[in-house]
Design a protein around this ligand. Sequence first.
Ligand code: GLY
Length: 421
Amino acid sequence: MIRRSIAALAVTVGATAAVSIGPLPVRAAPVTASTAALCPAVPAPVTEQQADRAWSIAADRLAQLTGPRSLPFGATGGSPVVRTGPSSWTSGFFPTALWLMYEHTGSASWLRRARTYTALVEGMARVRWNHDLGFMVGTPTALGASLDPDEVRRGAYRRVHDTAARSLSTRWNPAVRALQSSTYSGRWGLIIDSAMNAPLLIEAGQEMASAAGRRLVARGVAHVRTLADTYVRANGSTLHRGAFDPRSGRFLGPIAGQGRSTSSTWSRGQAWAINGFGRAFALTDDPVLLDAARRTADYWVSRVPAGCVPAWDLSIRDPRAPLDSSAAAIAADGLLRLAAVEPDPARASTYRNYALTTLGTLVSPPFVTDGGRGLLLRQAYSIPIDPREGTYAWGDAYLLVALTAAFPNGRSQRSTISRAS
Ligand code: GLY
């Protein structure tokens, strides 16, 4: 539907709505049955050369963000970068990006920075009031446990990772068969983003090989299955937040969140779902989770043409709406991971090619630019609260996560980035 000439586009939307920015010509997608999106004139899979350039720009931007002993959250417009303490849900994304930069470069300076900023979030492993411990502690400590060259430190990261899993597990409700996300409108609440946090229990529990570990795994799997059963609609789209009766476990209904409405599909929520279900399936081989991963992936692919970056909610058809490039990066990473474990080769190839084409767009202007303030531009946080696009830590991190998944041994810029840092 979207591959129309600019002339046809002008007829469709009643205006030219076409832009050409930097080396990659892009245009606003027309109003059609699909989501409004920004699309390259000629979508193409990311090349190693493009990925190397993105890693070089990332090295520059991440180095600029180091220094203060706080965690970058993000920035909109010309405002300074907002930084947070460790208790923000976003605190783990900067250390995650630093570990990936270390993995990519092998440079001692990135190792030092990754250790320093991971140390800032480790204390959060003991808190029981936060449901985002996978993002905050799980991912950076899992990377530290696998990448740090010092065996003693690897063991210490593993212990912090286990502690975070045990803390998150205390939020378990046996009637709902899920970990409580928060309280929404005064009710026991569950959020689709938690598909990304619950796998922390599965990963940690599988490593423990004990009765306590098996309980963690069972809770993690049950949580993701509850999301699959309750939050994935018949067409593969997802709802964002909802409430349950904590005594009976009955689903009470959706509650408005960062999406446009309770019946729409928040773009980043759909991306978290693809990624979380795919990751949980990779850990468990559970066919229920494969089905959820496929259905949510297929919905994304059906709504967002390959190589395009969607508006912040997948129900939006207005080409002037803010985009969310972070959703595209998270979806691309999820699709690459799903492709790696997808038993059907035709599906695997569809998901991988689609993801590589998304990355081809994301590493190019206007999303990654030589002069940008952040790494990944044109992200959205919560449009109902702040209608501006910005650059944020989660999109930066997931662009690097996805590039690492796309080129797992891609260290061709190792010496360049080491010198630059
Ligand atoms: N609520 C987490 C997010 O904005 O993705």
